[in-house]
Design a protein around this ligand. Sequence first.
Ligand SMILES: *Cc1c(COP(=O)(O)O)cnc(C)c1O
Length: 225
Amino acid sequence: MGIKENVKAILAELPEGVLLVAASKTRTPEEILEAIEAGVKIIGENYVQEAEEKIAKIKNQIAKLNVQWHFIGKLQKNKVKRIVKFVDMIETVDSIELAEEIDKRCAALDKIMPVLVEINSGKEPQKAGVFPEEAEKLIREIAKHPNIRVEGLMTMGPMFGNPEEARPYFVETRKIFDKIRCFDIPNVEMKYLSMGMTNSYQVAIEERANIVRIGTKIFGERNHG
Ligand SMILES: *Cc1c(COP(=O)(O)O)cnc(C)c1O
């Protein structure tokens, strides 16, 4: 099947209220355009330079289509200034230093950046994300900054062959989501739970994900990256 058919099949399958992010790292501008023409509304990119170059190539074609860009990769502080100019959401905030930089750069642009806090639900030391037990403290700190707005949580979870093995990590993240929502912290709205990729998105949705980030199932296997 081609990209268009893949997108249509996924969109038909997703329950109402679940947003599809097309995870487009390593894909060409033409491939991304095809996904957009089939109905994708949100593109997720992992690398700043790659995103800038690809957006530049298709921005005329998508000008009227209301496409949003989410940053879903590891964000370095020194790239924040560039990214805040063109993304609609940063899904991977996991430190106060990064949040402060986003706040500062967005203040200069008179912009408020929606972000998700990334949870390292598998507590894998080498992986991005804040540990579950530190999430509340981080979110309360971020909430003090006026030009950044926490709108939910994101998690990758450990990678397994069997998606059922990812379920406990999605459950853990959803519990943090529910807990933070009950606190009713000013400037924090627990609205989005971004969990699940090609092999795990159905399980993630069962555990109440309302953003799924799908690459392979849309575009086919990646050669690299
Ligand atoms: C690549 C990527 C995805 C999508 O992975 P697939 O297995 O290709 O669906 C989702 N989230 C993040 C953060 C990614 O980097």
